[in-house]
Structure formats: C-alpha cells, structure tokens
Design a binder for this molecule. Structure first.
Ligand SMILES: [Zn+2]
Length: 137
C-alpha cells in the first residue's frame, strides 16, 4: 500500500515496525471478534429480568477488556509514529536508549526499565494513569 519507501528508517526498526503493525492488526481483529460475540450474546439473552445483573457484569468485562485493547492500540500507533520520527527506542523519560531485549519483549515500550518501574511505583501509590481514568462508562 505504501508507494514510497521511508529511507530514514533503520533496518533494525523495520523489524519492530512489522511486529507492531502485525500486533495492531491482531488487536483490531480480536476487538471486532469480541464485538461480534457480544452482539450475538445479546441476541441470545432472553429478556429475563433475572439476567440483568449477569449481563451488566459481562458488559463490564467486555468494556474493560476493550479499554485495554484500545490502550494497546494507542501504544502501538505511538510506537509506529516514533519509528517515523526517529525517536523510537529512546526512553521518553530519561532519553536513554531502551535495551533491545526490552523492545523485543515489548516493542511499544515508551520507557526504559528503570523509568517504567518508577512510573509503575507511582501508579501503585495511587497516581493513576490518565488512560485508565475513564472506564468506558
Ligand atoms: Zn528511562
């Protein structure tokens, strides 16, 4: 689909780019599959008042799951953008290079391990990541 080759992209990152694009595709597919399953489930649920609480619980799981997928998709597109702008593989906090080992495990990683741990610790102390503020309802 892309007619012009991006000459600036390093071959090393081209692999990550492929991985990220594949992963984004995977998440999108899984999201639409879930959505389809949810619609089918809704049709199958008899309009029995007793099922309401169960249904909203399932809905909550679905929405929550969807929120995580949405967040992941945003992370992936952010990483793809960083590949294009040449910032990929650099910690957004301390600007040190992120280790290849970490990128292999988490190609959309924004921070190096020490920074990520500091951020995780802050979140654990009650400072919430803004993406999680809205739970979808
Ligand atoms: Zn860092």
């Amino acid at each position: 689909m892309t007619k012009t080759m991006k000459t600036g992209a390093k071959p090393k990152f081209a692999t990550y780019q492929k991985t990220l694009e594949r992963k984004a595709e995977e998440v999108r597919n899984s999201m639409s599959a879930q959505k389809a399953a949810q619609v089918v489930a809704r049709l199958d649920i008899p309009s029995d008042e007793g099922d309401l609480s169960q249904q909203s619980h399932e809905e909550w799981i679905f929405l929550n799951r969807n929120t995580i997928d949405m967040k992941l998709l945003r992370e992936i597109s952010g990483a793809l953008h960083r590949i294009e702008t040449g910032q990929y593989g650099t910690c957004m906090q301390c600007e040190e290079p992120i280790s290849a080992k970490r990128l292999d495990a988490l190609p959309w990683a924004r921070y190096c391990v020490p920074c990520q741990e500091r951020i995780a610790a802050r979140i654990a102390q009650g400072e919430r990541e803004e993406e999680f503020e809205e739970a979808g309802r």
